[in-house]
Design a binder for this molecule. Structure first.
Ligand code: DGL
Length: 260
């Protein structure tokens, strides 16, 4: 089956990476909207337009399902895209339910973009889970910039995170939920900063499981490789140096996946 993964940039590779490990026989298209990244600092109207354009292109590629591997785009546009198209559209949801189920002792910090943490969708989720008193929300916009330039564990990244997280009393928290797909590249630095009882959770497994459920695909752990075509906005990536750069992200994700 031909399945598209869509993100503002290279964050969505973390969801694709997880899917490649579970669905080795499928044909994937990865669409990074590199012309418009970051989304998290733009207006909702602009983001909706970018997503609309990307969807038109992906529908033209005759995909059978679209994974919106971007929390920000999900927050702004997934409802509208579902009204417009009938194919399965799978969005991202911060792994708040998993966090509350697995680690209910203390609070959850959800880190995401400013658009995600001020959007209706996150407040609906918190309400649905009756979790208002157990959740705090934090925007970490610079992680998107760092990820886009492959700056994963420099002193600048560490200083930024230490500065942004300095005001939290982490004794009161049992998990950090990554509510932005770009944040998956920083699990090692976060692990270094956070006390060990604070578990780091992402939404990748939940999203891929939902994809499998909606498409009725059979997951497998065969020694086959899923085929992937990469697009930057609507341009197919063919340049060897650029493909090597994407490989480097996927390699980084191999290392980050095991960290919790
Ligand atoms: N990767 C996106 C997310 O999951 C957003 C990053 C951005 O473009 O600001 O929210």
């Amino acid at each position: 089956m031909k399945i598209a993964f869509f993100d503002s940039g290279i964050g969505g590779l973390s969801v694709l990476h997880h899917a490649m490990g579970m669905l080795p026989r499928e044909e994937f298209i990865f669409f990074a909207d590199e012309e418009n990244v970051p989304y998290g600092t733009k207006s909702r109207e602009e983001i909706l337009q970018f997503v609309d354009e990307a969807f038109k292109f992906l529908i033209g590629q005759k995909v059978s399902a679209i994974v919106v591997a971007c929390n920000t785009a999900t927050s702004v546009a997934v409802k509208k895209m579902r009204e417009k198209y009938s194919l399965p559209i799978i969005g991202m949801e911060p792994a708040l339910k998993v966090a509350l189920d697995l680690y209910p002792e203390r609070k959850v910090l959800v880190a995401a973009t400013a658009i995600t943490i001020t959007g209706e969708k996150i407040f609906e989720l918190i309400e649905r889970l009756d979790a208002k008193n157990f959740v705090e929300l934090k925007a970490l916009p610079r992680l998107v910039e760092f990820a886009e330039r492959q700056e994963f564990n420099s002193a600048e990244v560490e200083n930024y995170l230490r500065g942004e997280l300095a005001d939290y009393d982490f004794e009161k928290f049992s998990s950090l939920v990554l509510g932005c797909t770009h944040f998956n590249y920083f699990k090692d630095t976060l692990r270094k900063i956070l006390p060990s009882q604070v578990k780091i959770l992402d939404g990748n497994a939940g999203t891929v499981n939902e994809l499998i459920r909606r498409t009725k695909l059979k997951s497998a752990r065969a020694k086959e490789f899923s085929s992937v075509k990469f697009f930057y906005s609507k341009k197919l990536v063919t340049d060897a140096a650029e493909l090597a750069r994407l490989e480097k992200y996927l390699k980084r994700l191999d290392d980050m996946e095991a960290l919790t």
